[in-house]
Design a protein around this ligand. Structure first.
Ligand code: SF4
Length: 297
């Protein structure tokens, strides 16, 4: 917890004294805020399964992408303040509801509190796999803190070319930082392991969301992941980009959805490379109705 007094949890390393209540670049202070804690059925099949994934959506975010699909919670910080023990209770409640796992969404800025809550929940009987679902923009030291707590890493790899990382997320050295973080994640949990129902127990799934006009950048990411990890990790290639009403006018190139043809050309590229372990999306997923509502559940 001492790290919060001069916070360097994420690559922004803004050094904010969150311990005394100051607010960092991510919007977080010394409290924990969550926007939703409920079963979620729209993750990859090995995560949601039939029972649903026990998701905890954390408020605030250290990335703050201009096209964020969860703007209310990431940029505006909507949510409820909870204590560490209440967070542990959330994990246990999700387990009682039959969740396949505990899925921590945008957790980076709360890592010390999450570790403490997970320890409390485990000592009270939590046995579900814990999934760390993040932007991929992570310090390796922070990921090292999670060794032994997290079973499944679910990072994004958003950009290959830093120009786009800077333009859309204000994130310096995104590719280098995310690739080092993913390497640390893989060294902790290794290859994917599934239970008899096909639900993931441990491993790494890297998500990549295809953005408008960035097919060439997406191909470089797929190349990198396959050359580095082969089929030891899963890649989730996503087509669900939705231009949201909060997209600033300065980014008109992001104002359209991804066409089926455009997305299929990325999937074909992955297939031609020889990738076998991947998830793809079919049908109409680019809808605001697939973005969860945040009513404080
Ligand atoms: S987690 Fe927040 S406060 Fe900490 S370094 Fe990152 S932006 Fe700054």
């Amino acid at each position: 917890m001492r790290i919060l007094s001069s916070c360097t949890l994420c690559p922004r390393r803004c050094g904010t004294d969150r311990e005394s209540g100051k607010i960092g670049f991510c919007g977080a202070d010394n409290t924990i805020k969550i926007a939703r804690c409920d079963l979620h059925f729209w993750e990859e099949p090995c995560i949601s399964g039939k029972n649903g994934s026990g998701t905890v959506f954390f408020s605030h975010c250290s990335m703050r992408c201009v096209y964020c699909q969860n703007h209310k919670i990431s940029h505006l910080g909507m949510g409820k303040t909870v204590s560490v023990s209440e967070l542990a209770d959330c994990f246990l409640t999700l387990s009682e509801k039959g969740a396949n796992n505990i899925n921590l969404v945008t957790p980076t800025h709360y890592v010390p509190q999450i570790i403490e809550a997970a320890n409390i929940a485990k000592s009270n009987g939590l046995t579900l796999p814990i999934i760390y679902n993040s932007s991929g923009y992570e310090n390796t030291e922070t990921i090292k803190m999670l060794d032994g707590t997290v079973d499944v890493y679910l990072p994004d790899m958003k950009y290959f070319d830093d120009r786009y990382a800077l333009r859309y997320s204000g994130a310096k050295n995104y590719f280098e930082i995310a690739s080092r973080a993913i390497s640390e994640m893989f060294s902790q949990v290794g290859k994917c392991v599934f239970d008899e129902r096909g639900i993931i127990k441990k491993g790494v799934i890297v998500r990549h969301l295809l953005l408008p006009h960035l097919l060439f950048d997406s191909k470089k990411i797929i190349d990198y992941l396959f050359k580095t990890y082969g089929d030891d990790i899963f890649i989730s290639i996503m087509n669900q980009y939705t231009p949201v009403a909060t997209l600033p006018k300065a980014f008109p190139e992001l104002g359209e959805k991804i066409s089926e043809k455009y997305y299929n050309s990325l999937v074909d590229y992955a297939v031609k490379l020889g990738i076998k372990n991947a998830y793809i999306q079919e049908g109409e997923t680019a809808k605001e109705s697939f973005i969860p509502e945040f009513f404080g559940e």
